[in-house]
Design a protein around this ligand. Structure first.
Ligand code: R5P
Length: 302
């Protein structure tokens, strides 16, 4: 049976791409609000006996998740064979412990919710800091696609003589891999976060790299404070204006403009969250991971 791919809340392009690559059908779905604010959902494409793939942007998630849950449960009610979720940006990964007494560990709660209605999940470089793998919190098969190779390709093609810089120790995992693929040197800085918008960054011996173009790489750019602070340090040390690369460009509020205003030579993101800074296309690698799941689920049902 041909899979049906439903894009929700953006990612229409990725939905079309997946439909082509999986020899599937792009599904039609109606989502709207009733006058009282409740969500109406209707699947206009027949899903009975077919694998369903929901492609959902998870940026600013709270208004998106309930319609997603309704779409998934409706597909199930209508006898879809499997319901998978493609969430290129996986939200709610950063609250991964109780930092203050009484706080909710929302990453785990969110994972339980998704695992309750999806059969599998494909995402890109989730923020794994205190978790070692998605399976720590997700009880469904969850695959993380890596952006490093595509980022490295972009760096090689667009930046002469780069020095890759990770703004903090957490970013080492992305930066090291990108640097290896791009065959470039790399360093990681140290960061102290005092509050949501108050981050201090220290730069060990970055003078060594004065002739190179700094390329800051991080998994998420949210308020952009981490990158803005780093730009300030690099500037004071006389380095060139850096290229700033985020896997996921969340850009809370005016973060994108702030980052450009702070002296970034260029701000580039992967297309995991639709944004004008998207320059690194991950559709192909996402499709490979999704194809594995869809073909497996078709095979499983003989
Ligand atoms: C940190 O935990 C992440 O890897 C990023 O460094 C962080 O999310 C960036 O956030 P912001 O843009 O708000 O400084």
């Amino acid at each position: 049976m041909r899979p049906v791919i439903f894009p929700l809340h953006g990612h229409d392009e990725l939905g079309r791409f997946l439909a082509g690559r999986l020899n599937g059908e792009l599904g039609a779905l109606t989502l709207r609000r009733f006058p009282d604010g409740e969500t109406y959902v209707r699947l206009d494409t027949d899903v009975a006996g077919r694998p369903v793939v929901l492609v959902c942007s998870m940026h600013e998630p709270d208004d998106k998740v309930l319609p997603l849950l309704f779409a998934a449960t409706t597909a199930r009610d209508l006898a879809a064979s499997r319901v998978g979720l493609v969430a290129p940006y996986l939200t709610y990964m950063r609250q991964d412990r109780r930092f203050q007494p009484g706080e909710g560990i929302t990453s785990a709660a969110f994972a339980r919710l998704i695992s309750s209605f999806a059969d599998w999940l494909v995402t890109v470089d989730p923020h794994l800091h205190r978790y070692s793998a998605l399976s720590d919190i997700y009880s469904i098969p969850a695959v993380s696609v890596h952006a490093a190779r595509a980022i490295a390709r972009w760096v090689r093609a667009n930046v002469a003589s780069p020095i890759l810089i990770g703004p903090d120790s957490e970013s080492a995992q992305w930066v090291e891999e990108v640097a290896r693929e791009a065959d470039a040197p790399w360093v990681v800085l140290e960061k102290i976060r005092r509050g949501d918008r108050d981050v201090e960054v220290s730069v060990p011996q970055v003078e060594r790299w004065r002739d190179r173009t700094p390329v800051l790489v991080d998994d998420i750019i949210s308020t952009a404070r981490t990158m803005i602070e780093t730009i300030g340090h690099l500037e004071r040390l006389g380095l060139k204006p850096p290229v700033c690369i985020g896997v996921h460009g969340v850009f809370a509020g005016h973060a994108y403009a702030d980052l450009l205003g702070a002296g970034a030579a260029r701000v580039v993101t992967c297309n995991t969250i639709p944004h004008r800074s998207n320059a690194i296309d991950l559709d192909e690698v996402i499709a490979d991971a999704v194809a594995d799941h869809v073909h497996r689920s078709v095979g499983e049902r003989g």
